[in-house]
Design a protein around this ligand. Structure first.
Ligand code: PEP
Ligand code: MG
Length: 329
């Protein structure tokens, strides 16, 4: 609704005082990627590779995988594409990787953890990504889902290096990763916060259960604090603060957000104010997010982020921030 009332997307998102915030797309296939490119995405911030293979009960071959990834890279020549390794399990089961009889799938062998139960799949996927990237002009970043520790981040970085992939990163979607982001980001080049799972795990509330929607709210103070903590960890890993803007160097320890929170225009302003440097979302949300970010300066966004952090409840945080964004009223 807001997207319609706030006009169309021009193809760039900047704060009122000219700080650029790249808007990237969340996609699950080559077809999605082409649509996102038409909608003006500056790149892909989350390629959910498990979506490419949801109906498969056997592992796709390296050739099949590489063809699927190449379609996405081809939709974004000379742009950044962040490809996530298979996040199988819980809400996204893949028969060839996940055990349907686990009692607690959200806390089970999912995401990067499938490396423990089914070693080899990750290395074959990284090989497929590397082959797809070979000869493409796309700037390919690779990230692992469900990372909980610095050791996992280290192993993932080593696996990427062995496959010739130069920009390894992690999703921050488990509270332990947010709390230890400094150590994790010493081992990888970037982080992308997955607010859907981060919220589910810090609030201990299944993201798929309607009655728990009020708990599953990324405006919850605990979620905002973990986002701030992740940005602070990145600053430590980088060895000091830097001014805003996406770092050019591939090892800038940049922190993006690719969960649904990025598509909430008021929350997007808070994320920018907290130091997040790129936002990835469904391309349908670009117009509204760009309009609202364009209505504030970086200093305004920082002030609103402080107000959100100071609020004792999710409702009060949202109300305070929206009151400070006249474009939304
Ligand atoms: C997230 O958890 O916020 C995320 C972006 O990943 P997914 O929704 O695919 O789990
Ligand atoms: Mg997730």
């Amino acid at each position: 609704e807001q997207a319609r009332s706030l006009g169309s997307y021009s193809g760039t998102c900047t704060t009122k005082d000219g700080h650029r915030i790249p808007l990237l797309a969340n996609v699950g296939s080559g077809a999605d990627a082409r649509k996102a490119a038409d909608a003006g995405a500056e790149g892909v911030g989350l390629l959910r590779t498990e979506f490419c293979f949801l109906n498969r009960d056997t592992e796709p071959t390296v050739e099949e995988q590489s063809a699927a990834y190449r379609e996405v890279f081809d939709a974004f020549p000379a742009c950044k594409v962040v490809i996530r390794t298979l996040d199988a399990g819980a809400d996204k089961p893949l028969p060839f990787l996940t055990d349907a009889s686990e009692p607690n799938p959200a806390l089970g062998v999912r995401g990067y953890r499938t490396e423990l139960s089914t070693p080899g799949v990750l290395d074959r996927q990284l090989k497929a990504i590397s082959e797809a990237a070979d000869g493409a002009t796309t700037d390919v970043w690779v990230m692992a889902p469900m990372i909980s520790t610095a050791e996992e981040a280290q192993h993932f970085a080593e696996s990427c290096a062995a496959a010739g992939l130069k920009v390894p990163g992690v999703m921050v979607e488990v509270p332990s990763a947010a709390l230890t982001a400094g150590a994790i980001l010493q081992r990888v080049n970037f982080a992308s916060i997955g607010t859907n799972d981060l919220t589910q795990y810090v609030m201990a509330a299944d993201r798929q259960l309607g009655p728990l929607a009020a708990l599953n709210d990324p405006w919850q103070p605990a979620v905002l604090q973990l986002i701030r903590q992740t940005v602070a960890g990145a600053e430590t890993a980088r060895g000091g603060k830097r001014s805003s803007g996406e770092p050019n160097g591939d090892n800038g320890k940049s922190v993006g957000v690719c969960g649904e929170a990025a598509a909430d225009p008021a929350l997007a302003v808070v994320l920018v104010g907290l130091g997040v440097t790129s936002l990835s979302m469904s391309s349908r949300a670009f117009a509204a997010v760009a309009a609202v970010i364009g209505s504030v300066s970086l200093t305004d966004a920082q002030g609103l982020a402080q107000q959100a952090l100071a609020a004792p409840t999710a409702i009060e945080a949202r109300t305070a921030v929206r009151a400070g964004l006249p474009i939304l009223t």
